[in-house]
Design a protein around this ligand. Sequence first.
Ligand SMILES: [Mg+2]
Length: 896
Amino acid sequence: MAGERKYIYRFGNHALDGDASMSAELGGKGAGLAEMTLLGIPVPPGITISTGVCRFYLEHGAFPTDFEEELGASLAWLEDSVGRKFGDPRNPLLASVRSGAAISMPGMMDTILNVGLTRESIHGLAAQSGSLRFALDSYRRLLQMFGAVVLEVPKKEFDNVLETIRADEAALRDSELSEAGLQSVIEGFHQAIERCAQTSFPQTAVQQLSMAVHAVFKSWRNERAQYYRRLNGIPDDLGTAVTVQAMVFGNVDQRSGTGVGFTRNPSTGENSILGEYLANAQGEDIVAGTRTPMPISELAESMPEIYEELFAITGTLERHFRDVQDFEFTVEKGKLFLLQTRAAKRSALAAVRIAVEMVETGLISSSEAVARISPATINEILAPQLDFSQGVPEVLARGLPASPGAAVGRIALTAVAAAGALHGDPVILVSQETTADDIHGIVAAAGLLTACGGVTSHAAVVARGMGKCCITAAKDIFVDSDIGVLRIGEAVFHEGDWLSLDASSGRIFAGKVPLRAADGENAGLRSILRWAIDQSPLAVRANADTPEDASAARARDARGIGLCRTEHMFFALERLPHVRAMILARNTPERKRSLNELLPMQQQDFEGLFREMSSLPVTIRLLDPPLHEFLPPRKDVDAELLLARSENDAGAIQRAELFLERMQALSETNPMMGHRGCRLSITYPEILEMQVRAILQAALKVAAEGFVPLPEIMVPFVASAEEMQCLRRLIDEAANEVFANHGESIDYSIGTMIELPRAAVCAGAIVEHVSFVSFGTNDLTQMTFGFSRDDAGKYIDAYLNQGILKSDPFATIDRGGVGGLMELAIRQMRARKPEIKIGVCGEHGGDPASIEFFVSIGVDYVSCSPARLPVAQLAMAQTQPLRRIAVPGQEHVSQC
Ligand SMILES: [Mg+2]
């Protein structure tokens, strides 16, 4: 090692160099290998070139000056550890070269096996292993992988050679090729490389190693890696580590093999080891889906000692890392080696079940469990499933349930077709097998179906990560993408036909099976949410307008109602005539008469809300929308008038004419900035009086029944302290009248919404007249940007695509602008009235990124729709010091 810097870390063979905490430097793989070495687990020895070297290389196009020296020393150590030398024709040391970033990027980087093998050393390897066939096969694999990854020879060049020779020898698979056949394959590969890459395959081990390391570093910038990083919000400047590891061979004989597995089922979460094993196979054979592997459990019969050792080791790994592991292993002539271990990607159902079961057995704490569940997980569990209530349709075919859930969509047979259908009907990507190049299509698809592969194939891994449903190994399907045909048994489908997948059971159905909302009653999820609520720093309330909404919100543990929109009660069919009569009234007494008709109805609603939310606060917003919203559409009234005239019905004519007249009087050019909110209470105080009476009479009534109503009366759309001062007086007067009439009183509080920029700027003055405020972030966003929420869809996409906006400000709070106003308001309010209660009741109250911001600026609660409560409750808990822990398979698309 030169100077302070350390570029290379060793593992295996008792090297005590690095550990699991160093994934930023060593990548996930390198850190895992270092940690396994510390645990005394058998891993083939090797070295990890740190991500720092990659960053240097990407910046300068060369290695650091003292790097080569350190590399030489490390390789010499590796040679000593194994007792073989790189390039030794009689006893060659072969190595795998793998990339490994700190954050796992499945299929994004390429692995090269058997590096170090040359024409000359084939015979040394043959003599050592006792099999010329094995040595030839190892060399042709090196040519194929190195050719494709390092020399960028198109993969199909190699496939063509293999196919031709397989046909010559009538061999069904590569493993059936004769030695002579393999010799021909090797010659064909050499020619392909010379023809396509204009260079011959390097014949020294050192040259191969060096070129492979360069290629790994360069692949950090390949297109699909960049795409994956963008999709998952992974920074571009992390760089990748490279591990160079002595090869062990799973393809020497039948007592050798290679396998991959999970310590628990990554699809269901079931606590039993799950994996696959292929005898006499190497590396990618198992995940490529070209041969169907056997379940790992069968290893217990064919090689019981190996199975037992593996079972013990993986159990140790899970307990040590305190998480489900995804491991790779190789058996060479009856000896077991672990090649890799890492936290496993898992489905949402599995994530929840595993977290809860690990808490139950004391492996992790409940706060860790909460931190490990992503909002996307909750959404996925609450996502739709196929609805079989009308019976189960005929099952077309079955495959492996690789990632649970359901999808109904049109068939796309290529990734391009799937990606092209992005904005139309949902699509199901159906293919023989998927590769990393299909990522665009996978992103666009609602579900995946592949003919080959197993539960560890590329499609399965990626689908679980994205929360998409996926069925693999559907043996009865055949895809001919050239002619756009999918055969499922006898049935023939074309691109665009409908298909339904039940990926929880692996069943495939023709046509459209209805979808239904999913597992809202998931017991594991309920445990997680209960823990989340207990750990939350702030309350999450629900927006609820009816007793039914309130009941649903209470069932989901809402800590009160943060917004009840009284206008929704006005829209009820039997009330609309009274609401319209109130609007059409020509004078105050007439208007009061109509309001008196509405009063008992409103009061009944409030009684229901207070009963459901007994002992919890209920914020009721006074009437907010412009009155014309309650009137019928103009064309309906025109038609009515026409009819009335044709029938000469004087009464009807007069009614319709009056309607039109009032509609004209009420019509506004810009109603969102018009005669609405508290302006209605200023101009028609009798509306406010009726609502206050209804609220407080309801509270008195249910209190007499033994409930504990906590009414909070909220005034919308306030811009100035003077408005609030005036309205507060009106509310108190109305309240005093109610109390005088009933001879008893009840506590109530008065607050306002802060949803106009002026209110935010003048919040310090407004707060003098209220005891709570709630940020109406929808209107505040509209008014701050000057974007009309109803029309902004026309241009927001362009803003997002051009990067002018990083995220939709109506979905995630704009921290700089809208958030800045909120901070300004909070600072002023807390200075004047430290005990002021501050909430948020816009759509943002259910958005995790926004919730994090709201907590950071010191709000006291958020309120969101009952459907978004679980996500908001989880997000609230995750604003605590033990933040969200990134769990593989649970990444979600970043806001940027
Ligand atoms: Mg509003």
